[in-house]
Design a protein around this ligand. Structure first.
Ligand SMILES: [Zn+2]
Length: 1025
């Protein structure tokens, strides 16, 4: 170890400075006393001579301190980052004091992963990330408005990777549109009402039934607020730019009141009605469900049953016999097939089709029985019946469907009842028996049959999914999906022809993950039949995309086939459906009533109004009472409707309720961006309500993204334990290195953007993202290090060809990226960036410019050309990628010397320019030729030879020789060699590696020194000051 002490004066104060050379560790420590600084950006040479380099002086705006800060730089006559960059070990050089050291800014690579959060927060502050939204809405008043309508996440639980994909993609849109010069409107939203929160309250404190609706609502509010706070913090941590001061939350009085205003319009248009009809019903959560709340379980197992109903007024004469009819007493049965055998006691009718041919069959086993049993079944299904039941059958005759239609059969449960056989269009002979068991209250088509035949529909299954007392003691209160069904099958055993287990796709409640049933109940509906048709036609005018694929067809198909939308739920945590109901179930509502309730909510600032007021209070309002048209005889028997609205009707009205004023409401959202599952959800509910209420589309474009899975293609699931917590990714944990907000964002850009497929995440992928981010940081680190001491202004001298080529490539990258931002192609921008840094910058620039940057005289034209290039590169690249990687951009701009815009996205991306002065038109031609020579050189030198220590002879055509002669001084640099000789050759271009005719220069380590000189020409010039 060797110590050298230096002293010099700074601001008339003596500074003591010692250098320690560690012979064993290949480094030099600088021990500084008297002044404290956080970053060391000085030059050793100037320190030795007792004066401070201007940049160094600026950074020492010194506070007195007693500490003795220690600085470490690599003991090598090159800049410290070079070693880090190349990964090569530097050889210890004792004579280092002869040479110039310029350590680069340290924080950019040497960030402690544990401090990642702080670094990101500093970057956000320095880059003006936190004020970006407010800045652009205040400073872009005249600019074109671009609105992204936020599909609100559910206000329950922590932020997860699904949120990360969604919110970060939205942020790419917001930031890139700001970069393109728009004034962006993006108000973040939260969906607050609904079952999951209500169920959570139940779990916390016994069952919800013990609490009054108002108590439930208060507890639910607390849960929602807590989740909103947590999620908002996470979204902001990811660097998401939004109107955080004015989020829309669907539980707020403003939102609910606005929602009721639109609902009132729908009521006035007579689109809302109350009816007793079959809906999907979840016994596990005690409420009706919309189709969008169903999840299909492909592996659901049902009990499938072939069942017989005894025909009443059907005899041998109705049959066309193909074999001799026996003289025995005969009994005829209608054979049905069902996978919901719990509905058998509820059977109301059997449906057949006039186009299906029916056969009369007999089971071989029964032939010798004293009574002949004959079964009616579709002719085409006899074979299938035989296969699935393993019963041998004999076809003995046929029967015309017309003969069947007028006939009756005996109810299996109520012996005294004779039930009808109807014809219906939904019956076919492709599955089952061609005779369809029909229970009016428990099937959508069954219900239609009841309507056509003017049959009464009654439900004998209660809201818990249990049989009511109408079915007697044996079934009363038993679950239709459990013991009730088993008991029913036991009691009906006599008429069961065959049972088996049947695996098929079956709807489940998406929240509770339990099977649902179809059950008729009094519900509120919106008639969307005609609206859906209109909506499908209007969708032709907009784009529905995921990457390059057009998904408009799927949405069109979904809205076209939707008939009615069940909007009521039998819960407390939601927006009320203001209306009165009489004893018979007739309902009374009006635009006036609903608007009055909305007004009360606004006045009182509470959404609980509907639960607080009583029926009489409503009737006392004369205006409202008149609008309801209530017959006088029921006036005293009215109750408030206590159903709440389907949550899809909350967020579905965001096109109106999430906006602040009419001006905003008149602007159709330019884009909505959600996961593919929203085709069944939000995309539809926005569309249908907007078309119903204002006959306008709610958005101009739909963009779709996929979901997150692990590296083994498994869904994220708590039970598998593969859930990735985004906070762990950004801030690190014991097991996981912190990749920062930009690491997460880079992952989203690469795997979540431009497709609706699955985005994988797991240790290998995270490692890969981290590597890519570090490579980017290193690239920027080189740029920043290289332009230390540079003022950042335009230079007057002309650029070297290498620099010119680099800047032209950079300009192209910027231009292409702007195009990609316009098309929302964020993955392409991210991939282009990685490519650009690897190929254009590292491989084709850094390798060649290093020598000039390290060894040419500071302030010389050639050195300035390199510094100018690095400065413009860092500046323009940082701004261009700021929509994707805002923290990295802000860090780069913060550390980049000179006076330039250090806040991100305050200028339009299209205003970025490289400031090329001497646009040499021959540059592309030169670089084309150079790249040809480089590849020949690489091929002849092989990977082990350091060409910078060699000379080369290039044999070229006369024309090429003439051309290259103009660039002779630049050729050694462009080819990274010590010396270049040109020779004219008629053959094709060739390269020969030779020993340089010159001597070794110790400073720049090239063979370019005249034997008589101590150093090469430019090294002497550099050291002479
Ligand atoms: Zn030299």
């Amino acid at each position: 170890m060797r110590f050298t002490d230096y002293s010099f004066e700074f601001n008339q104060e003596p500074i003591h400075f010692s250098v320690t050379s560690h012979s064993d560790k290949d480094l030099v420590s600088f021990n500084w006393t008297g002044l404290r600084t956080e970053k060391f950006i000085g030059e050793f040479r100037t320190a030795r001579s007792g004066t401070l380099h201007p940049t160094l002086r600026d950074s020492f705006c010194g506070k007195e301190t007693k500490e003795k800060p220690t600085f470490r730089i690599w003991n090598r006559p090159r800049w410290d980052y070079e070693r880090m960059y190349c990964g090569r070990s530097a050889s210890p050089r004792k004579q280092c004091l002869k040479f110039r050291h310029t350590p680069t800014v340290l924080p950019i690579l040497l960030i402690n992963p544990k401090r990642k959060k702080q670094t990101d927060q500093n970057a956000a502050r320095d880059g003006g990330l936190n004020d970006l939204y407010v800045w652009q809405s205040e400073n872009r008043k005249g600019a074109e408005v671009f609105e992204l309508l936020d599909g609100p996440p559910y206000a329950n639980g922590e932020a997860h990777t699904g949120h990360a994909i969604n919110k970060i993609l939205k942020d790419f849109v917001v930031k890139s549109r700001i970069g393109l010069g728009y004034r962006v409107r993006f108000r973040p939203g939260w969906d607050c009402h609904g079952l999951p929160i209500e169920l959570k309250i139940g779990k916390q404190q016994g069952t919800t039934k013990q609490r009054s609706p108002l108590e439930i609502r208060n507890a639910a509010r607390v849960i929602a607020d807590e989740a909103i706070g947590k999620q908002m913090n996470a979204f902001r941590r990811w660097g998401v730019t939004a109107d955080w001061k004015h989020p829309y939350v669907t539980k707020s009085p403003e939102f609910v009141a606005a929602q009721l205003d639109v609902f009132a319009r729908l009521v006035e248009q007579k689109l809302v009605y109350r009816s007793f009809k079959p809906v999907y019903w979840s016994p596990s959560s005690n409420t009706a469900l919309a189709e969008s709340e169903l999840e299909y379980n492909e592996k659901h197992q049902s009990t499938s049953v072939y069942f017989r109903f005894k025909m009443i007024n059907f005899s041998s004469s109705d049959v066309t016999w193909t074999s001799d009819s026996s003289s025995k007493l005969s009994q005829f049965y209608a054979l049905v097939w069902t996978t919901t055998p719990w509905t058998l006691p509820l059977n109301n009718a059997i449906c057949i089709s006039p186009t299906v041919k029916y056969a009369i069959i007999q089971f071989e086993n029964d032939v010798n029985n004293p009574t002949s049993s004959y079964y009616i079944i579709a002719s085409n299904l006899v074979k299938e019946f035989e296969t699935s039941t393993e019963k041998k059958c004999r076809v003995v005759g046929t029967v015309d469907s017309e003969n069947l239609i007028s006939k009756r059969y005996r109810s299996c449960w109520h012996n005294e009842l004779a039930l009808p056989i109807y014809e219906a269009t939904h019956v076919s002979d492709t599955a089952g028996t061609g005779l369809v068991h029909t229970a009016f209250a428990h099937g959508l088509q069954d219900y239609d049959v009841a309507l056509t035949k003017k049959e009464r529909v009654q439900s004998f299954v209660d809201s818990r999914g249990c049989y009511t007392r109408h079915f007697g003691h044996s079934l009363d209160g038993k679950s239709v999906l459990g013991d009730g069904q088993n008991e029913a099958l036991r009691l009906l055993n006599h008429d069961i022809v065959h049972t088996s287990q049947y695996v098929h796709s079956y709807p489940y409640d998406w929240r509770t993950k339990k099977p649902v049933i179809i059950r008729s109940s009094e519900q509120w509906f919106i008639d969307v039949d005609e609206i859906g048709q209109r909506a499908a036609a209007m969708l032709d005018d907009i784009l529905v995309t995921a990457g390059d694929s057009d998904l408009r067809g799927s949405l069109k198909q979904l809205v076209k086939t939707r008939k009615s939308w069940c909007i009521s739920r039998q819960r407390a945590w939601g927006t009320p459906i203001p209306g009165l109901v009489d004893e018979k179930g007739n309902s009374y509502t009006s635009r006036k009533l609903i608007e009055w309730i909305a007004q009360l909510i606004r006045e009182r600032g509470s959404t609980d109004v509907w639960w607080e007021i009583d029926t009489q209070y409503i009737l006392d309002n004369e205006d409202v009472r008149e609008s309801l048209n209530i017959p006088t005889d029921v006036l005293s028997k009215l109750t408030k409707n206590m159903d709440i609205m389907d949550v899809w009707l909350d967020s579905g009205l965001a096109w109106y309720a999430a906006k602040l004023d009419d001006d905003e409401r008149n602007h159709i959202a330019d884009i909505v961006l959600e996961g593919v599952d929203q085709f069944r959800g939000w995309f539809q509910s926005l569309l249908l309500t907007s078309i119903a209420a204002q006959n306008k589309l709610p958005y101009k474009r739909i963009m779709v993204h996929g979901f997150c899975i692990d590296e083994k293609n498994n869904k994220m699931s708590k039970s598998i334990g593969n859930v990735v917590d985004p906070t762990m990714l950004t801030d690190g944990s014991l097991k996981q290195k912190a990749i920062g907000a930009d690491g997460l964002r880079f992952w989203v850009a690469q795997s979540g953007s431009e497709n609706a497929g699955e985005s994988k995440i797991g240790p290998i992928i995270i490692e890969d993202v981290d590597k890519k981010i570090i490579a980017l940081r290193n690239g920027f680190r080189f740029m920043i290090g290289g332009c230390q001491g540079f003022h950042g202004n335009q230079i007057e001298s002309s650029l070297k060809s290498l620099d010119l080529d680099m800047l032209q490539n950079c300009d192209n990258f910027v231009k292409t990226s702007i195009g990609n931002y316009e098309e929302f192609k964020f993955r392409t921008v991210a991939n282009d960036l990685t490519q650009f840094m690897q190929r254009n910058f590292s491989a084709n620039y850094v390798k060649y410019v290093r020598d000039r940057l390290y060894c040419d005289r500071i302030g010389s034209e050639s050195h300035l050309s390199a510094q100018f290039t690095l400065h413009r590169l860092a500046h323009n690249l940082a701004h261009t990628i700021s929509p994707l990687l805002p923290h990295l951009s802000a860090e780069v701009l913060h550390h980049l010397p000179g006076f330039h815009e250090k806040l991100i996205l305050r200028q339009k991306l299209s205003d970025l320019h490289s400031g090329i002065l001497n646009d040499d038109p021959n540059c592309p031609k030169l670089m084309g030729l150079i790249s040809e020579i480089r590849s020949k050189l690489e091929a002849s030198a092989g990977p082990k030879v350091d060409t910078s220590k060699k000379g080369i002879v290039i044999r070229v055509s006369a024309e090429q020789d003439n051309f290259l002669k103009n660039y002779i001084p630049e050729l050694p640099e462009l080819l990274n060699v010590s010396e270049v000789q040109l020779e004219v050759d008629k053959e094709s271009l060739s390269v020969q590696l030779v020993d340089s005719s010159l001597r070794y220069c110790e400073r720049c380590r090239k063979y370019n020194r005249h034997p008589d000189d101590k150093m090469c020409g430019r090294c002497s010039a550099a050291m002479s000051i």
